[in-house]
Write a protein that binds this ligand. Structure first.
Ligand code: FE2
Ligand code: FE2
Length: 262
């Protein structure tokens, strides 16, 4: 990822740079827009926790975690600037997410914020693993985006164990609370995507409502046939099991780390 920090994202980004699909591109752009906000929340929560007492090996893993998240944010901000050249402005839904995160910082205790970080990293780990399993099938018409999403997914694989261990070190949460936290995050995340993706797509289609609706309907029909919803939900709610630990679930970490050295 270091070499990407020196590169420009370029402003020659096609409207459908991911899989030649305007809808999938809109989804990836919505994810990229929200990423720096979330990562900022992760970094500040982990940094606040490190001010207290944390075991040395875990503290070291936390510092690597923060360093990687800071680099991800820098690169996504760079990429988002290039997306904005075409889009003009960011989706309004992004401001709601920012307000929610600011409210969490102000009103939630550190242990609850750590639980949110652990939930979000669990979801990111599942998505990253799924992406890497099908990476060769993805088509990017942007070399920067291809490297950014691939590298980000590889580094994310180890994050959920760091977030989970740190969360555990500051207090255990029962299965019900963990399930509730997962439901809350999924609700807000779905609301964000259901608002931001059509908004981005609408602008990509030259503000054509009918074209936007047709593209969305086609995308939902084709994705619905391929998505294994029950398997995804099962993986997501593994987080609520008393015996859950991310180390038992991630088996691609070493593949990712090996690639990094090439
Ligand atoms: Fe990240
Ligand atoms: Fe992460």
């Amino acid at each position: 990822m270091r070499h990407l920090l020196q590169q420009e994202a370029g402003n020659e980004l096609p409207a459908a740079w991911c899989n030649s699909s305007a809808t999938m591109t809109s989804l990836m752009e919505a994810v990229s827009f929200v990423t720096p906000l979330l990562e900022n929340f992760f970094i500040s929560t982990v940094a606040s926790t490190l001010k207290g007492q944390v075991d040395f090996p875990l503290a070291q893993r936390c510092r690597e975690f923060m360093h990687e998240e800071a680099n991800h944010s820098r690169l996504h901000n760079k990429f988002n600037a290039s997306v904005l050249e075409h889009l003009g402005k960011t989706p309004a839904a992004l401001r709601w997410v920012q307000q929610l995160l600011t409210g969490s910082r102000k009103h939630l205790p550190l242990s609850a914020r750590l639980l949110l970080v652990a939930v979000l990293e669990h979801i990111t780990g599942i998505l990253s693993k799924a992406y890497l399993a099908t990476e060769s099938q993805w088509q990017f018409h942007s070399a920067f985006a291809k490297q950014l999403f691939g590298w980000h997914a590889r580094e994310e694989l180890a994050h959920r164990a760091v977030a989970f261990d740190l969360c555990l070190s500051k207090g255990a949460f029962g299965g019900f609370t963990r399930a509730l936290a997962m439901l809350g995050v999924l609700f807000v995340g779905s609301l964000y995507l259901l608002t931001a993706v059509p908004w981005i797509l609408y602008r990509k289609t030259g503000r054509s409502l009918s074209r936007t609706l047709v593209l969305l309907a086609r995308f939902i029909a084709s994705a619905g046939a391929r998505l294994h919803c029950m398997s995804i939900l099962r993986q997501l709610f593994m987080f609520a099991r008393p015996s859950y630990h991310p180390d038992q679930l991630v088996d691609l970490v070493h593949v990712g780390r090996a690639d990094e050295t090439k």
